[in-house]
Design a protein around this ligand. Structure first.
Ligand code: H2B
Length: 140
């Protein structure tokens, strides 16, 4: 099979069609932790992520949201205290497109760096608190 990569994005045009079941099966091999689910006769790509607390769930959703904004391809995000569900579908095509698999792969790539990302954030917060203590913000 041709390996899916995070760069495989294709613009949706009038010629674009949703994937066939065989194509879905093939692309699914690149993101095995995601599930293909059928909702109201439409196939979606979903993954459930667990986090130790709501803060982490929210940070994760924010990072996924930034990826979505970069690409203007938007997921359904369900945030609960200790889990997040990410759901991709290409609404314009009423089904799955390769792009949904590309986005899933980008989320997986981001997750593999997740500890690093949250670690860096903590460090940044500490540094800015030192420079501008909450009791004495700049300009006050
Ligand atoms: C014009 C605009 O780019 C399109 O409507 C995009 C926006 N983001 C989208 N996101 C998703 N998930 N599916 C779409 O069909 C879609 N369409």
């Amino acid at each position: 099979m041709t390996e899916l990569t995070a760069q495989n994005w294709e613009p949706i045009t009038e010629a674009s069609t949703r994937l066939s079941d065989d194509e879905i099966k093939e692309l699914h091999k690149s993101v095995p932790n995601w599930q293909v689910v059928e909702i109201n006769n439409l196939k979606h790509l979903q993954r459930h992520f667990e986090f130790p607390n709501f803060e982490q769930s929210l940070e994760f959703v924010y990072e996924v949201g930034k990826k979505a904004l970069e690409q203007k391809h938007y997921p359904k995000l369900v945030v609960d205290v200790t889990y997040v569900t990410v759901d991709w579908v290409t609404h314009d095509l009423h089904g799955l497109h390769k792009n949904d698999f590309v986005m899933a792969l980008r989320v997986d790539d981001m997750l593999s760096r997740w500890e690093l990302i949250s670690g860096e954030k903590d460090a940044v917060e500490e540094a800015s608190e030192e420079s501008f203590p909450a009791s004495d913000p700049p300009g006050y």
